[in-house]
Design a protein around this ligand. Structure first.
Ligand SMILES: *Cc1c(COP(=O)(O)O)cnc(C)c1O
Length: 386
């Protein structure tokens, strides 16, 4: 399907809504029926009709149609956060006694879902080095049910071979799911490689303006129908119609934003690769990234997120570098208009918490939509403090 059609027209039934160019925000919890039989008919497929907004809402439905098409999926669900979308996908596909194979160092709350939450309900897990197909295969047990991928992950960007994972999983009857937040559907569409469920923190690129927390899940009609009736309707982690309208607006510029962030990040990464104060750059398209070839095979771009190891002698020096920056805001999250940094040393020396397993001199950058020379001048100024 044509990207411009998806982003400008798909799902927007303008004849029904005053020919409005901007989609209506249907801020209603419930919808009326003339006759008992009309309601009865609608109840045959609540996910495709408008009965009650915990299930489906016309504004949210526009967003569902667009993200499904962006991911080459038959259908999609939208949740109140990316964490909710991840939890729903996993919960909907396991029961007590099952086993999950997950790539090592996934998003922090995915890790907690498996280690702290699902463990309470008798679901076990194994974390594997997802860069090795042998390691993934070796982790398969008779009760394995789910293969959870995150390619690339969001700190050091290890990849999995999506086609090989899908083939292996099919052979063993595993449901494959991937957190595709890093690449966005502009640069990577895992369903085209045979992956079953694609999940996004829409808070990041899809919305892209740092003003909504949202999650999406894309899959087959059958899988979405199943998750709709169980996880979505019983746990009710939905998004509001107003937030859905903001995300639809954000999507209008998704391809432009992705390309801009990608181009600027490539530019800055190449400059950092030459810089004497940089020990290492982590970015799937970086010159010496170990999985660069695979990245270029299954992704058409890498976006704005990368990390570096600073050549610093102490945490104090890393802090000095970060505090010196003016154009990069220090904040969690990424994928918005604004450039950000987050230093791992902030996750060190917190009372009552273990230090992060990542190196203390690792700093993650997100490059947004600002002028790249303005951003580079800021980094250069910071590096002079080292
Ligand atoms: C932010 C993030 C999530 C969680 O999404 P929320 O919308 O914050 O709940 C999941 N995976 C990755 C890779 C993320 O960066």
């Amino acid at each position: 399907m044509n990207l411009s059609h998806i982003l400008n027209h798909l799902g927007e039934d303008r004849d029904k809504y005053y020919k409005a160019i901007s989609p209506p925000i249907i801020q209603s919890s419930n919808f009326a029926f003339d006759k008992v039989d009309d309601l009865r008919q609608m109840l045959t497929d609540e996910s495709a009709h408008h009965i009650y907004t915990r299930g489906n809402n016309p504004t949210v439905e526009i967003l569902r149609k667009k993200v499904a098409a962006l991911e080459s999926a038959e259908d999609a669900l939208v949740f109140g956060s990316g964490a909710a979308a991840i939890a729903m996908a996993v919960l909907g596909n396991v029961q007590a006694g099952d086993h999950i194979i997950c790539v090592q160092s996934p998003y922090g709350w995915t890790y907690k879902l498996l280690t702290k939450f699902l463990a309470r309900f008798g679901v076990s897990h194994t974390f594997v080095d997802g860069t090795s197909m042998e390691a993934i295969e070796a982790a398969i047990q008779p009760n394995s049910q789910v293969l959870f991928l995150e390619s690339p992950n969001s700190m050091t960007f290890e990849l999995q071979n999506l086609k090989a994972c899908a083939t292996l999983a099919k052979k063993h009857g595993l449901v494959t799911m991937i957190d595709n937040s890093y690449a966005s559907p502009i640069f990577q569409r895992p369903i085209e490689f045979g992956i079953d469920i694609v999940i996004h923190s829409g808070t990041k690129y899809l919305n892209g303006h740092s003003d909504v927390v949202v999650g999406v899940l894309c899959s087959s009609k059958a899988m979405v129908g199943k998750l709709f009736l169980s996880e979505l309707m019983t746990l009710g982690a939905i998004i509001s119609p107003h937030d859905a309208a903001l995300v639809i607006r954000g999507l209008r510029t998704l391809p432009l934003r992705m390309q801009h962030s990608h181009d600027s990040a490539m530019d800055i990464v190449h400059r950092l690769e030459q810089h004497p104060k940089i020990e290492q750059v982590y970015y799937p398209f970086a010159t010496d990234f170990p999985q660069r070839e695979l990245a270029q095979e299954q992704m058409s771009g890498a976006g704005g997120l990368f990390s570096v190891l600073l050549k610093a002698n102490s945490i104090e020096q890393v802090e000095k570098f970060c505090n010196e920056l003016d154009c990069f805001t220090m904040a969690a999250s990424w994928g918005g208009h604004e450039s950000l940094i987050i230093p791992i040393c902030a996750f060190y020396n917190i009372a009552g918490r273990e230090n992060s397993p990542l190196p203390w001199n690792l700093v993650r950058f997100y490059v947004g939509l600002e002028d790249v020379n303005w951003l580079w001048a800021d980094i250069k100024k910071g590096l002079e403090k080292l």
